[in-house]
Design a protein around this ligand. Structure first.
Ligand SMILES: Nc1ncnc2c1ncn2[C@@H]1O[C@H](COP(=O)(O)OP(=O)(O)OP(=O)(O)O)[C@@H](O)[C@H]1O
Ligand SMILES: [Mg+2]
Length: 409
């Protein structure tokens, strides 16, 4: 059995969509597939129309059962989704997993133990991870033979990529098994020039660490999940279905190739190398305003923005900036319904610091008065805690997640 962990601490980059639809596409080729939801938000159940209120026991119960000396079989919690596809659903209890397992020596290998017991029953286990790098994600990495990192092909996504991969690499230093790590371009919108340029850059920098298949942005994919179906069932003729069928073929093909070559590097080495590539990529696209201006008048230059120029403009605009004795927080979340800030300055209580939406622009902002000092904070987008994607300054918190840092002078 190959175990593919779908990992990226960035929220909303397509992890669950990739997990559900890749699992379903693999099952359609006749493979026996287990989909494991390791995210307390239990989006796999939502996306596959498994009624949450009827999930009595989840992967959480199986994971902790051994430590309670009442071992449970995975089969007790499985839901059959289609022929060849079974789901081990998550539940909100999973958010307490880290606390429950504190002090237990084998806490990082719980998922691996569980999956080892069913390794002859399935060809693939696909593990959907939460948007954080805590114990749950670490369990997935320890169990993985493959890691898939979906990356949104927008410039915003690229900006935090190096940091994300670096953090993954830190986590993975503690994994010893051999795995294959691949970056997957997701939500690709071919109509935008920026997306096309970013994809070309990603390909040239990541080389064979990047899957050839790309997942296009396709509204049918979104619709399918709101109807609780994989895209293969919702619209078998859609572009989205073609992409996932192609992804399944590439993954199956890569396995055959790998078996022939028997060449697998360690997880750490690969993540370090792709993380360095991401850093090089950002370096290579640093703003060069002089060159642009000397070639053409400013007005024209503005009409033909390159990703580099756009990045320079965005980094001026989004993120944190000090204005007198206050700090302005400006960020972009076009699909969010609420954005809050939780930090040491408000006792980590997001409800105290909401951001206001600016018209229909997708921009959110607020100003907070803060005395001199260094502060740690996280953004809470639709209830989901995450680092500020426009602030490069971060540090790892005790939960293994990244806090954003700001300093008022
Ligand atoms: N290729 C795509 N085309 C269109 N919409 C997409 C595509 N991929 C993902 N989406 C949509 O983007 C949103 C976020 O995707 P998804 O939930 O898969 O991300 P995620 O990384 O699992 O998020 P989280 O970090 O919260 O777990 C969803 O509404 C989903 O339907
Ligand atoms: Mg998800």
């Amino acid at each position: 059995m190959r175990t593919i962990a779908v990992v990226n601490q960035k929220g909303g980059c397509g992890k669950t969509t990739v997990s559900i639809n890749l699992a379903s596409a693999l099952a359609q080729t006749g493979k026996r597939v287990l989909l494991v939801d390791m995210d307390p938000q239990s989006h796999c159940a939502v996306g596959l129309a498994v009624p949450e209120e009827q999930i009595e026991q989840s992967i959480y119960d199986v994971l902790i059962s051994k430590s309670r000396n009442e071992p449970m079989r995975l089969a007790e919690i499985l839901w059959q989704i289609s022929s060849g596809l079974e789901l081990a659903p998550a539940s909100i209890d999973l958010s307490a997993f880290e606390q429950q397992m504190a002090g237990i020596a084998e806490r990082e290998g719980c998922l691996k133990d569980v999956l080892d017991q069913v390794k002859d029953d399935y060809d693939y286990a696909i593990v959907d991870c939460p948007p954080a790098v805590g114990l749950l994600t670490f369990n997935a990495l320890r169990a993985a033979s493959d890691v898939l990192v979906p990356v949104e092909t927008g410039y915003f996504a690229l900006h935090g990529l190096s940091k994300q991969l670096e953090t993954l690499s830190i986590l993975c230093k503690r994994c010893s098994q051999q795995v294959d790590v691949k970056v997957l371009a997701s939500m690709y919108d071919i109509r935008t020039k920026v997306a096309r340029e970013i994809l070309a850059e990603l390909r040239s920098h990541f080389g064979d660490k990047m899957l050839r298949t790309i997942i296009n942005f396709n509204t049918k994919i979104k619709e399918a999940s709101s109807f609780g179906q994989p895209i293969s069932e919702y619209d078998a003729a859609s572009k989205g279905q073609k992409d996932f069928a192609g992804l399944a073929r590439e993954i199956i093909g890569a396995e055959a190739k790998q078996q022939r070559r028997q060449m697998v590097n360690s997880l750490t080495e690969q993540l370090e190398s792709i993380s360095t590539s991401a850093t090089d990529l950002l370096e290579a696209t640093k703003p060069q305003p002089q060159a642009v201006q000397s070639r053409q008048p400013k007005e024209q230059a503005e009409q033909q923005l390159t990703p580099t120029d756009i990045d320079a403009k965005l980094s001026d605009f989004y993120g944190v900036s000090q204005i007198g004795d206050a700090v302005a927080f400006v960020t972009l979340y076009p699909r969010a319904n609420s954005v809050h800030i939780a930090g040491d300055f408000n006792n980590w209580q997001p409800e105290k610091s909401p951001l206001e939406r600016v018209g229909d622009s997708g921009v959110w902002q607020t100003k907070i008065k803060l005395p001199q000092g260094k502060y740690r904070y996280r953004l809470v987008v639709d209830g989901q805690w995450q680092q500020d994607p426009y602030n490069e300054l971060t540090e790892l918190n005790p939960f293994g997640e990244l806090n954003s840092i700001l300093e008022v002078k």
